[in-house]
Design a protein around this ligand. Structure first.
Ligand code: SF4
Ligand code: SF4
Length: 439
């Protein structure tokens, strides 16, 4: 058991679908259930779907390794019913293993791990808790593939992602970690728009990019290209002070943001409309209102779907969370977590969300393409996972081979081992990244 945990650590496996929590920590815990998150609910992104078609066997084997190392009795794969081919592929790979498929509806955000744990096991994570608190660990499906590879001593050197939206050939492929975003977009044929902007990781929970030289990391799910004049680019491109200034003057406290909030509907005390009051009553009530943001997942539904006035309640929650961290305040929900009676009726179908975002016309498959891309150079970030930045183990002008360890986890800290994603020469080493030239 210790062996696989160590192999996962040495291979640098981290969550491939979210913040990038180091997987060796999860694999070393004791749980009842291991869950695979294949929900992929971000509009336009289909990389997990493509990967399930391609690597179902490796994923199931990876899950069995996690089941064994955690002492779990069962595994669940959360996959949307609409992705029938992926379900078929995973089912065939499961065979007689103690793994079930939890079919999910096509709603946003069915991939939130609080939601997934509830749907698969019927258990509600305690307010402020993690899946471990109810005997579960959740891994993205790509992470499970990387766990399987770790057992063969194959480190994480490449990332599976998709490029979608206004590009010539929406598609999914593996690229070396550290490849610049602009080169990845060219692999999908480049933009169909003369002037375009790019969202990294999704329209809902991703970020509008300001620099297309930004490299792919272990958590990059994909790039979505939109015309520069698209409403989302305009909205999310505004400076932060505008979000709060507009909210302060225009929020009429209609409560729609709260009424549609998936965490609120699950029974957690997340009330973005009250958080918006922190913008209005900063002198007196902010400390109190801020607390209603603590359990927010950052899904973005309140900002990009629910608010009829196009305000920024999610961003107000982000600000409140930052403020509470600064002040060392932790909100503890005292009332029990109880499903809201309107939860089912208020689910947001992905189709409706895409219509609201004005991206329905960009919906397209992103089929797998075997690109075998060899970038001229890669920039490998030293912080790609939850925890501390890794410590470089190479020096300027060192020759490295693909798969060599180039940075390690600081002693006694949380983090991830980092490997060279291409063979070449180290041409830059600093506290933030290592640049390798393919020569
Ligand atoms: S939905 Fe918009 S206007 Fe209504 S309370 Fe929330 S932030 Fe304010
Ligand atoms: S981003 Fe908005 S809708 Fe999503 S969990 Fe946070 S408050 Fe709720």
């Amino acid at each position: 058991m210790a062996d696989i945990v160590n192999q996962i650590r040495e291979a640098g496996v981290v969550g491939a679908g979210g913040a990038g929590f180091p997987t060796h920590v999860k694999s070393g815990s004791k749980v009842e259930f291991v869950l695979a998150n294949g929900a992929e609910c971000e509009p336009l992104l289909h990389k997990d779907y493509e990967l399930m078609l391609l690597k179902a066997k490796e994923m199931v084997e990876g899950m069995m390794m996690m089941i064994e190392s955690t002492g779990a009795k069962k595994g669940y794969f959360g996959i949307k019913s609409k992705n029938a081919l992926a379900i078929e592929a995973v089912k065939a790979a499961i065979g007689s293993h103690p793994i079930e498929i939890t079919e999910l509806g096509d709603f946003y955000p069915s991939g939130d791990e609080y939601e997934l744990v509830y749907l698969a096991t019927g258990r509600l994570i305690p307010a402020g808790g993690i899946p471990l608190d109810v005997g579960c660990v959740v891994n993205n499906v790509e992470t499970l593939m990387n766990v399987r590879r770790a057992a063969d001593e194959k480190p994480v050197t490449e990332k599976f992602l998709c490029v979608a939206g206004a590009v010539k050939n929406p598609s999914a492929f593996f690229v070396p970690i550290g490849t610049p975003a602009k080169e990845v977009i060219e692999l999908a044929g480049g933009s169909t728009e003369p002037e375009y902007s790019v969202f990294n990781g999704g329209l809902m929970m991703g970020k509008l990019m300001t620099n297309l030289d930004e490299p792919v990391t272990k958590t990059t799910a994909g790039f979505i290209v939109l015309p520069k004049k698209h409403q989302l680019v305009f909205r999310m491109g505004q400076p932060e002070e505008n979000w709060h200034r507009i909210g302060k003057s225009a929020c009429d406290q209609c409560t729609y943001c709260t009424e549609f909030c998936p965490r609120y509907l699950l029974g957690y005390n997340v009330q973005p409309h009250k958080v918006m009051r922190s913008l209005q009553f900063t002198a007196t009530g902010a400390g109190y209102w801020n607390q209603m943001a603590e359990l927010c997942s950052g899904c973005g539904l309140c900002t990009l779907y629910a608010c009829p006035e196009d305000l920024f309640p999610r961003e107000a929650c982000d600000q409140s969370k930052r403020q509470m961290r600064l002040e060392g305040v932790k909100y503890v929900q005292t009332h029990p977590v109880k499903i809201h009676p309107m939860k089912e009726g208020r689910k947001v179908p992905l189709k409706m969300l895409m219509k609201k975002l004005n991206v329905s016309h960009l919906a397209a498959d992103t089929p797998f393409v075997d690109v075998d891309y060899r970038p001229k150079e890669v920039v490998i970030k030293l912080k790609q996972a939850v925890g501390e930045p890794s410590e470089p183990k190479v020096a300027l002008r060192d020759r490295v081979a693909k798969g060599d360890v180039i940075a390690t986890i600081p002693e006694g800290k949380l983090g991830s081992t980092i490997h060279a994603s291409i063979s070449g020469t180290v041409v830059d080493v600093n506290k933030e990244f290592i640049r390798i030239l393919n020569n």
